[in-house]
Ligand binder design. Structure first.
Ligand SMILES: [Zn+2]
Ligand SMILES: [Zn+2]
Ligand SMILES: [Zn+2]
Length: 136
């Protein structure tokens, strides 16, 4: 049997399910390489390119959040669905979801004062978490 067409879709679904399962267990932002390493450690033969593509698709579908780390990499995390920002540990990737209400008010106000609508914004705070402070 060399029917590759009918094999492709179920395989893709399985890979997406595997990545999704790993993301559900992580509380930290992780890069595609790190998620890939976790899958390989668990015995999954999934390829790095597939993990990259799957995470990008999941981010587009709103299933995971994607941020750009200070060193320019994309990192992913499964978050709650409402509007929020992140307080991120630059050492271990641990993330806390935050909603700075005064920032939201300020952003909308500045936009309105300048006649801007359809405002989109990004705000991530980076620092060192309590666990990492203890470890160093
Ligand atoms: Zn988030
Ligand atoms: Zn940390
Ligand atoms: Zn906001």
């Amino acid at each position: 049997m060399t029917n590759t067409e009918s094999k492709t879709a179920p395989r893709r679904t399985r890979q997406r399910a595997a990545v999704s399962t790993v993301m559900a267990t992580l509380d930290e932002f992780r890069t595609a390489q790190e998620v890939h390493a976790k899958l390989r450690d668990a015995g999954d033969p999934i390829g790095l390119a597939t993990v990259y593509r799957t995470l990008a698709q999941m981010a587009e579908a709103g299933e995971v959040d994607c941020i750009r780390t200070p060193d320019g990499q994309s990192a992913y995390r499964r978050c709650s669905s409402g509007h929020h920002h992140h307080l991120i540990c630059r050492y271990c990737g641990r993330a806390v979801e935050i909603t700075p209400t005064s920032f939201e008010t300020w952003a909308n106000q500045v936009a309105a004062e300048n006649g801007f609508t359809q405002i989109d914004h990004e705000l991530e705070l980076y620092g060192r978490c309590a666990n990492c402070a203890l470890a160093r």
